[in-house]
Each structure stands twice: as C-alpha cells, then as structure tokens.
Ligand binder design. Structure first.
Ligand code: ZN
Ligand code: ZN
Length: 546
C-alpha cells in the first residue's frame, strides 16, 4: 500500500504552507496557510494554495491538521472550509486563532482542540501533535503512524531550551519516534543558511527591561500580535517599571484577548486600559503595545511615524521599540517607518541596533540536532525559498541521511514498500489570489495589466463619434494619469493622430462600429506616444456614440 505526501505550497516561497497526506485513498491536509503578495502583485490582498483538485475529491478529504496559529499556516483555512467544511485538529491556541476569520465567513467549523503527545485516529489517519517551541505558543510538529512507517513533520520550530512557557521542543518524544524508526522527516528550512543556534526567547528579557526602565517617557512597542510570549516579555518589563498597558491594533486586541482567555498570556486586567485612558497618564507610566512592526502602511505604528495617529503624537521624550525583523518583502517598508520614527526625535530600538528580537526558526546546529535525534530514512526540507530548502538538504546529506529530496510546490513523495520516490508536478501548485472579496478570479493577465498601469500610467481619450457617418462630433479630450511630467504637447499630437485616423476611416467609407473605432483610436494614439516618448502607457479610448 502506498502513502503519499503532496505539497500545495510553502516549498519555494515563505508562505501558504500546505501539504496533503494520502493513505488508503483518503486525504488529510497539514496546514492551510496564506502568503502575503509580493510587490509586483498589485492590488492582490492574499495568495492561497490551489486546492481545486481536493474539491474534486471532496468525499476523500477527511480533515485538516494545524501545526500552529501563524497566518502562513492557518490564514487560508477559512476559505478552504468555506469550500469544504471538514474537521480541524490543532492545539487549543491554534484552532482558536483560526476561529475568528472562519466564523466571519459564516462557516460553522468543527474545530477540535487537540492534546499533544496523544495519538489521534481519524479515518485511516493515526497522528500525534508533538510540542515544538516557535515564535507563537502551542506550536506543534505532527507524527503520522502510517502503513508505510512513521512520517514526522517538524512544523515551524526551533530548539530554544528555555522558552517563556517552559515548553521546549519535545526532543524526548521525537527521539522516541526516532528509535521506532522514522521513514520520512519533513523539516523547517527557514534558517537553514544560518550557522549556530538561535538564542533563546528568554535572552531578550534583559535588553527589553533596560530599554523600558531607562525610557524617560512613554514607551511604544511593536511586535507580531501572535508572538504572545514577546507581548508577555514587553508587558512584564512595563509592569515591573510601574507602567500601565494599552493595546493598539485590531489583531493585537484579538490575539491578546484569545491569549488571556486561554491562559497563555498573563497580565493583570487592572493594569490594562484603553488607549484613550492611557494617554491621560503621566508619560513615564505609559506602555503602548501595538501592531505595525512590519511597516504596514495603515497599521498603528506607521500612522504614528507619519504623524497621522489620532492617539499618539511622537516627540523626543518617547521611546519606540520594534521587537521584530521584517519578513521578506517588507524590508523597505519597515526601513521607511524607522526613518520616519527617528525624524520625530524619539529614541528608536529595533533588531539591528539592540538585542530585541530572536527568530522562531531553527538554525543549522539545531537542525542537525533534530535530524540526529530522529535519524530518518528519508528527508525533505520544507518551509522556505529554494535556497533555504537547498541549504537544509545539504545539512541532511552531511549527516548521511540515506535519501534527501529537494521538492517544490506541486511535487509529491511516494512511500511504496521498499521504495521511496518523488513525482514531480503531481498536483496543481499555481497561485490563487484573493483580490477584494473574490477568490481565484484574478488572473495573471489582470496582474500584468496592473503592473503595466503602475509602470507606465494611463492615457484616457474621450471622443464623441457619429458612428454612421464616422464623424467626430466632439473631442478627442485627452487626459493622463501617472504618464509623464508635462504631457500636453505629446497628448496634442496624439489627438491630431486620432483625428486623422478617424478621418481616414471615413474616407475609406468602410462600415464602422464601436470596437473598430476603439482599436483605431488606441492604435493611432499609442503609435505617436511611443515614437515621441518611447513610453507605452495604457491607452484607454472612451468612445461616446452620438
Ligand atoms: Zn511558517
Ligand atoms: Zn510559524
């Protein structure tokens, strides 16, 4: 009997992590994440895996298993359940963080908060969540006990031996699985290029405390809302310094609410106030914990940096602590925000000038330890761009793992008796876009058009034409946006060209119609604009028939 694992996303990009494991013709998904759009995906809000083939086999899909509550692992789950509502397993925090968006879509989910280190059986699947430490509490790896042997998925992990919740990666359990014999190990590649070990989350306590305790006035701290332990460390430093705390930002309110309810975040309720009340306190009693550490333009921190926050106007007595590093693609946005923050005169601390952030992903020595503890027969790097997957594969080869495969989105690994082999491009792996509220209805051609608009601008030509006589009744009126600095002379020439082209149509006495006119106008204007300026703006003819 074969067991197969197919990768829908996350192998070749950071984001939209999703894999499907198939046993006896039944399927279980491991994670269902999203990716934030790259800079050239204009207007796209989110990028999903392509699960269309799973919908065609809807009867066979048994459940979804979550490793942890980060958006790149649970972010598209709501949309998937909207298409196919199956039970979801995960630790309590993972499923509760996913719940909000699922219910927003009007789906009534079957969320099954799952204990770690207990075998769960669902259809032909027998699996166990194993605790791992990461940059969100209650992260887990997943072990599958299959007819073809044990398969272990690391989830996102690091080996931090002193995490804030005292629940380190459960190496003893992984070692126990390893001793039974692990057929296939899938492991996090994010930091596979990084030598050594990632420092413990706890190592930030001292530096954060010093920054907070020496701050002359307000402290504004930004971090990922889901990094509950970071929020805890910042809050602890603030409480210790006699400050009162307010949260700012929608996700910060949502996650700290869920975290407090589940007991993973511990802040005395009487030390938390609304931001409106916080700003009334003496400056050195204030701690504001906010979203926006990724430079998101409308997040609270960016608004403060550009002086458009309705709550906080920064000045030289303020201290800003950005306790995060930019995720790939956000570097420039974050850098701009940091510059603006400096311009306000505030003291600014971030990952580059202070020890205020550690990564949540295992570096090389941690990966090697993990591999050594499990000693799998076969190894597949997951969660990373190709360079990260490749670096991770090198480590496994160095450690003499018998079979090491570098797979990409859409590939599948098959365990079949003695054989372990790879099928390339076995399942669809294209990007599915969420654009506004529509999923999957934005095609690549549309994105190309948007890039063209962004690169070259648009010229709009409004012209009234008597179609029967092919006669210009008014216009052309030329208008442009984002095209060039002083477009008038060129646009006048283009208008002449349009007039001449329509005149020519009339002279030929050919029967004309709306679309022929549009094409003529577009062609005439584009040609002259290109020859005069070497630019190719989008030319948009608006033909008004009279
Ligand atoms: Zn991740
Ligand atoms: Zn993660």
């Amino acid at each position: 009997m074969t067991v197969e694992v197919s990768f829908l996303g996350g192998l070749g990009e950071i984001g939209r992590n999703c894999a499907a494991i198939e046993i006896k013709g039944k399927l279980a998904l491991i994670d269902c994440g999203l990716m934030f759009p790259e800079e050239d995906m204009l207007g796209v809000d989110l990028v999903f895996p392509d699960w269309s083939w799973l919908l065609e086999r809807a009867e066979d899909v048994e459940c979804v298993i979550l490793t942890h509550g980060h958006e790149d692992h649970v972010g598209s789950l709501a949309y998937f359940l909207n298409d196919l509502n199956v039970p979801v397993y995960g630790t309590e925090l993972s499923v509760e963080l996913a719940r909000g968006r699922i219910e927003e879509l009007g789906v009534d989910p079957d969320l099954r908060a799952t204990e770690t280190n207990e075998w769960i059986e669902h259809g032909p699947f027998k699996f166990m969540l194993v605790p791992v430490s990461h940059s969100i509490p209650q992260g887990a790896g997943v072990a599958f006990d299959t007819p073809e042997g044990l398969i272990v998925h690391s989830g996102d992990f690091k080996l931090d031996p002193t995490p804030i919740d005292s629940t380190p990666t459960d190496l003893p359990t992984f070692a126990h699985l390893g001793r039974r014999g692990v057929r296939l190990l899938l492991a996090d590649s994010t930091n596979a290029e990084r030598t050594g070990f990632v420092p413990s989350e706890r190592s930030l306590a001292g530096p954060i405390e010093r920054i907070v305790h020496t701050a002359p006035g307000r402290v504004i701290a930004a971090c990922f809302a889901s990094h509950v332990h970071r929020v805890q460390q910042i809050a602890d430093a603030a409480l210790d310094d006699g400050r009162t705390i307010a949260f700012l930002g929608r996700s910060m309110h949502r996650v700290t609410g869920v975290g407090s309810r589940l007991g993973v975040l511990d802040i005395p309720p009487d030390r938390i106030v609304d931001v409106e009340d916080l700003v009334g306190l003496p400056a050195d009693r204030q701690m504001l914990i906010t979203t926006g550490a990724q430079g998101e333009p409308f997040a609270a921190l960016s608004l403060m940096a550009s002086g458009s926050s309705k709550f906080v106007e920064l000045n030289e007595t303020d201290t800003v602590l950005i306790s995060a590093t930019p995720i790939p693609g956000n570097e420039r946005a974050v850098s701009r925000v940091i510059s603006k923050l400096h311009r306000t005169g505030a003291r600014v601390y971030h990952g580059r000038n202070a020890h205020v952030h550690v990564s949540g992903h295992a570096a090389q020595e941690e990966l090697k330890t993990f591999i050594n503890v499990i000693r799998p027969d076969a190894y597949i790097p997951i969660h990373g761009e190709y360079r990260h997957l490749s670096a991770n594969a090198d480590l496994a080869e160095e450690m003499k793992v018998p079979l090491v495969f570098v797979l990409e989105d859409g590939d599948r690994v098959v365990l079949d008796g003695e054989d372990t082999f790879v099928e390339r491009r076995a399942v669809p792996a294209g990007y599915v876009y969420l654009d506004g509220s529509g999923v999957g209805d934005t095609k690549r051609a549309v994105l190309r058009r948007r890039r063209h608009l962004a690169d070259e601008g648009v010229v709009v030509i409004t012209i009234g034409v008597n179609v029967d006589r092919c006669l210009i009744e008014y216009g052309p009126i030329m208008d442009s946006h984002g095209f060039m600095d002083e477009p008038d002379a060129v646009l006048a020439k283009a208008a002449d060209a349009v007039r001449a082209a329509i005149q020519k149509m009339a002279e030929k006495g050919r029967k004309t119609d709306h679309s022929a006119l549009q094409q003529t106008v577009r062609q005439a204007a584009s040609t002259i604009i290109r020859s005069e300026t070497s630019r190719r703006p989008v030319v948009l003819p608006l033909i008004l028939e009279t």
